[in-house]
Design a protein around this ligand. Structure first.
Ligand code: ADP
Ligand code: MG
Length: 261
């Protein structure tokens, strides 16, 4: 099937995977690139928290356990049009991802599936990799994060899953940061997006509106849009956000309250 299944992975945690996954889904949805977002981080689900759809009792864990079908677990996020299978916050124990490839293969609709993942080199991450047609490796421009990125790239190679490229996030352009060429040469992979540190990212998470919709012209949003175009092979156009409809008015209201306009 001519479908993209993009895994968002990293060696270290807290580098921006969930932010990137949620915003790719937002951009794809608003440019009619039919996609499904899956929260593969069953231990620390955060996609639902980013979108304010955490109340659902059913989640990916129930799909993996065969209790419900993937279709039954899909939640529509009306504000962005994203369709998402969140992970349930109810689960306290780690859930096996062994069935993920089968689950993904069984989903017949959607031109693209985006899978957010936990950090590290665990078996769960390996199972996520195997369910994907390509991987995006996220890192910050520091030695510990890039060192972990090299390990996860090695693991992807072991499983013969292609790395679409590296995303360097939270760039401050400080002297102590690794240079982009250094990161590419350490990882032996191409950088496909450079996302600057942007205070509107945590702000957008706090208000539960993805930054590319909340502040489409902010530096991080511009970089995320470029990433979306790169990954989709330019199958998408520049999304048109906000300013229209009830939700657009709501966003403008929130921005005014926060003094952002
Ligand atoms: N470009 C950015 N600028 C500022 N803060 C960011 C940026 N990207 C991510 N963050 C912050 O980093 C934290 C971790 O992001 P998250 O997407 O949850 O990472 P991960 O999923 O890799 O653990 C969040 O608090 C988020 O607000
Ligand atoms: Mg995360």
């Amino acid at each position: 099937m001519d479908r993209q299944t993009i895994g968002i992975i990293s060696g270290k945690g807290g580098v921006g995977k969930s932010t990137i996954a949620v915003n790719l889904a937002t951009i794809f949805a608003s440019s009619d690139y039919d996609n499904l977002l899956i929260d593969g981080d069953t231990s620390n689900p955060s996609v639902g928290l980013h979108l304010g759809v955490w109340q659902h009792s059913n989640g990916l864990q129930d799909v993996l356990a065969g209790k419900i079908s993937p279709e039954e677990a899909v939640v529509l996020h009306p504000a962005t049009g994203i369709r998402v299978i969140p992970s349930s916050l109810n689960y306290k124990r780690e859930v096996s991802m062994k069935n993920l490839s089968k689950v993904v293969e069984g989903i017949k609709t959607y031109k693209c599936i985006i899978i957010d993942s936990p950090p590290g080199l665990s078996e769960e991450v390996e199972n996520i990799m195997k369910a994907c047609s390509e991987l995006v490796v996220v890192t910050t421009p520091d030695v510990p994060s890039v060192t972990s990125a090299t390990k996860i790239i090695d693991l992807a190679e072991t499983h013969r899953v292609g790395v679409a490229g590296l995303v360097v996030n939270r760039i401050l352009n400080k002297k102590y940061e690794l240079h982009m060429q250094e990161i590419e040469s350490l990882c032996n992979a191409r950088i496909i997006a450079k996302i600057p540190e942007d205070s509107r990212v945590p702000e957008s998470i706090a208000v539960k509106i993805p930054i590319t919709m909340y502040h489409p012209n902010s530096p991080a949003s511009i970089a995320l849009n470029q990433l979306a175009r790169e990954l989709s092979g330019r199958r998408i156009s520049q999304p048109q956000y906000a300013g229209v409809g009830i939700f657009g008015r709501f966003i403008n209201f929130v921005k005014r309250v926060l003094g952002r306009v």
